[in-house]
Each structure stands twice: as structure tokens, then as C-alpha cells.
Design a protein. Structure first.
Length: 191
């Protein structure tokens, strides 16, 4: 089922999401719906607060694909290839990060707006998988960027909060004045 993706300035996007105590069948269904919603929106990541559920759950799939939908392994780093995607994780927590990288980010909750954001180059994280078992992830590349972006959502942060005050205020002013255009929102992939 395709879920409605909330957009800034919805107050749910600013709340710190609650920890998941048990991975239930209901949460697994929510994760399936989130994946379906993410793919339908041409996104590469989606956090539960973006669909109105203030819990620590996110889904990701950053695998590059050709026009036939086949994964292009050569465009992925060795660490990205080692992680099975799509990825569904609960209570993700970054336990170590290294280096810096800059990437142009977009967001399904801030559609049509893109800006370069600086994040850690390599991250190590722990989380619960769809079976409720603890897993450890070590990744870099787009998957590391997307993981950090989505964890920000769980903490009530948006990528625009990581910009300079001038850039952030410019985007917020444009949204307040013009809103979002559906056509543009559907044409660009985002997390």
C-alpha cells in the first residue's frame, strides 16, 4: 500500500522517533508499505516519521539500476555491495564514523529542493533487522550518505538543517511562499 509522505513543515517531521521494543508483524507490514511508497516515489530511503509513524524504522535501497531495472554492481563500492538491499532496519545507531564527503541531497519530505550536504564518508552502525536480530553495518558511498540522512529523520532533523543558515532560510522561505510543485517532485529521486 502506498502511504502519504509528509512534507516540511509538518510537525511530526520534527519529533524524535520512539525506539522499537519488538519487531512485530504490524511493523513488518509497515516496512513493506514504506518500501512500496519509497519505490513509487522514486526515492532511495524513507524513515517512518515521513509517513506519520514516529518510530525508529527506516528502509533504504541505493543500488544503481539500468533502464531495465538491473543492478549495476560496478557503480557500487565494495562495502555497499556487501550489504543486502533493500535494507529494512529498526533502531539504527551510528557507532563510528570516519572522513568527510559532500553529496547533493534531496528529500521526499522536501520535494523539488536539492543542496550539497557534508556527511561522514564511512559509517559503522548497529540496528535490528526485519527479524528483530541485531546486525552491524559498515558502509561508505551513497549508502552511507543515505543512512545518515534517514537517521537524521528519526532524530527530527531534515537535510536543510545541515545547510548554512542562509541556504536553509532561503529554502524555507521558498517553500512558505511557493510550496511544492507535484510535477517537479515526481521527476527527481530523493531520500
Amino acid at each position: 500500500m502506498i502511504l502519504k509522505v509528509l512534507t516540511f513543515p509538518d510537525p511530526i517531521l520534527r519529533k524524535r522517533a520512539q525506539k522499537v521494543t519488538e519487531v512485530t508483524a504490524k511493523l513488518r507490514r509497515l516496512a513493506e508499505n514504506m518500501l512500496e511508497t519509497m519505490y513509487a516515489s522514486r526515492g532511495i530511503g524513507l524513515a517512518a516519521p515521513q509517513v506519520g509513524e514516529s518510530i525508529r524504522l527506516l528502509v533504504l535501497d541505493t543500488r544503481p539500476k539500468d533502464e531495465n531495472g538491473q543492478v549495476i554492481l560496478e557503480e557500487m563500492t565494495e562495502l555497499e555491495r556487501a550489504i543486502v538491499q533493500p535494507l529494512v532496519i529498526f533502531n539504527p545507531q551510528i557507532i563510528k564514523s570516519e572522513g568527510k564527503t559532500s553529496f547533493e541531497e534531496g528529500c521526499l519530505s522536501v520535494p523539488t529542493y536539492f543542496e550539497t550536504v557534508t556527511r561522514s564518508l564511512l559509517v559503522e552502525a548497529k540496528a535490528l533487522n526485519i527479524e528483530g536480530k541485531e546486525i552491524h553495518l559498515v558502509t561508505d558511498g551513497l549508502l552511507a550518505v543515505c543512512l545518515q540522512h534517514e537517521i537524521d529523520h528519526l532524530d527530527g532533523k531534515l537535510f536543510i538543517d545541515r545547510l548554512s543558515l542562509v541556504k536553509s532560510n532561503r529554502i524555507k522561505s521558498k517553500i512558505k511562499k511557493f510550496g511544492y510543485t507535484q510535477e517537479e517532485a515526481e521527476s527527481s529521486p530523493a531520500g
